[in-house]
Write a protein that binds this ligand. Structure first.
Ligand code: KG4
Ligand code: ZN
Length: 340
């Protein structure tokens, strides 16, 4: 007998990407992401502009996702949306749209925690990545998040480490800005680091709890480093760009790995899954592969389009909740500080 077909529409609007996706039995049929380029000029996300852009993008993005999935909205079984955490104005657009659509179609509404979705993105079916086994540790690293989570089951997650200030992606982007690189600077630091000497310069590794992170001190250290060296040598940064990027990346990756190793030691769990935009970084990927070979870890890295903010990860959580009949009321409200 053919398995019952369920079509879940996922909607993501927590930050600066408007995204809609359709999933069917773990397989992504479409995953449309409209990235807002307007923020580039400002060197970071401007919340007011983000919500306006979501307002403009949401209808065409949903229509395109349905078209690409080759289904009609009447075939949808449920609507899953990001309730939080994120920027309130941005969340309100996706939340209000989802409530209205679910009401109009007379189908269930499913609220999704964005951070849980980054983790459960690993359960999207794809030949390009492996699926972690429970229990596992999830490291979510992006422009908005830096967390280590112990995952016992789909909906049983415990936050065991997090940043006390900036996210790691911000540390990359803000350091890049101080070096005169455009936003987002993370991928550029990674690119220049390839040909630089990681031991050329020293940067501090802030001391916090064994599984927590702090990145604001690093940003200040980079600022003083650039100021100090550029005083008598105005071309210092451009002439040493590769070495500075390599040293900075080495410090950040080493810091992330220190914390992850502490988490593995404390929990005894060697199954490690990473997600978030920074998981594209070649330094962290290499360090994780080394840990697999030398420390016996099993590492999972999802396909890149499911690492960054996307609605396919919201849709997979929607599907998992749909199977358990975990729905939400239509009077649900967005929650900018939503916890696990
Ligand atoms: O997940 P994401 O697309 O959006 C959120 O912030 O939620 O992550 C974007 C972040 C940016 O800070 C960007 O600089 C960083 O991921 N990033 C990288 C690399 N690719 C993206 N950072 C370091 N190395 C990379 N290769
Ligand atoms: Zn995210």
């Amino acid at each position: 007998m053919k398995p019952k077909q369920t079509y879940i529409l996922g909607i993501e609007s927590s930050c600066d990407d408007t995204s809609a996706a359709v999933i069917n039995n773990g397989v992504v049929l479409s995953n449309v992401v409209a990235t807002q380029s307007i923020h580039k000029e400002y060197g970071g996300v401007v919340p007011e502009l983000a919500s306006r852009a979501h307002q403009q993008n949401i209808v065409p993005v949903v229509q395109l996702a349905l078209r690409k999935a080759n289904i009609d909205k009447k075939q949808l079984n449920a609507i899953a949306f990001t309730r939080g955490p994120g920027l309130m104005g941005s969340l309100l657009v996706g939340t209000s749209f989802s409530k209205s659509l679910a009401m109009g179609l007379g189908i269930p509404l499913i609220d999704v925690n964005h951070m849980q979705a980054h983790i459960l993105a690993h359960f999207i079916k794809s030949e390009e990545h492996t699926t972690p086994k429970f229990p596992f540790l999830a490291l979510t690293i992006s422009g908005g998040h830096t967390q280590i989570v112990k995952v016992t089951n789909y909906f049983e997650m415990e936050l065991i480490g997090q940043t006390i200030d900036d996210a790691v992606g911000e540390a990359f982007d803000k350091s890049a800005k101080l070096m005169g690189l455009p936003y987002p600077g993370g991928p550029l630091i990674d690119k220049y680091a390839q040909t630089g000497n990681p031991n050329a310069f020293q940067f501090p590794k802030p001391k916090v709890g064994p599984m927590d992170f702090s990145f604001s001190g690093l940003k200040t250290a980079v600022m003083y480093f650039v100021e100090r060296n550029s005083k008598d040598h105005p071309n210092f940064v451009t002439e040493n760009l590769e070495d500075i990027c390599a040293s900075l990346q080495f410090t950040i990756v080493d810091y992330l790995m220190d914390k992850l190793k502490n988490a593995v030691k404390q929990t005894g769990i060697k199954e490690v899954a990473i997600g978030g935009g920074v998981s594209a970084n070649s330094g962290i990927r290499n360090a994780l592969r080394t840990a697999e070979n030398k420390l016996g870890w099993k590492v999972h890295i999802p396909k890149f389009e499911y690492c960054t903010d996307n609605a396919a990860m919201i849709a997979i959580v929607g599907e998992l909740k749909f199977k358990e009949s975990i729905f939400t009321e239509n009077n649900v409200v967005a929650n900018a500080r939503m916890k696990f």
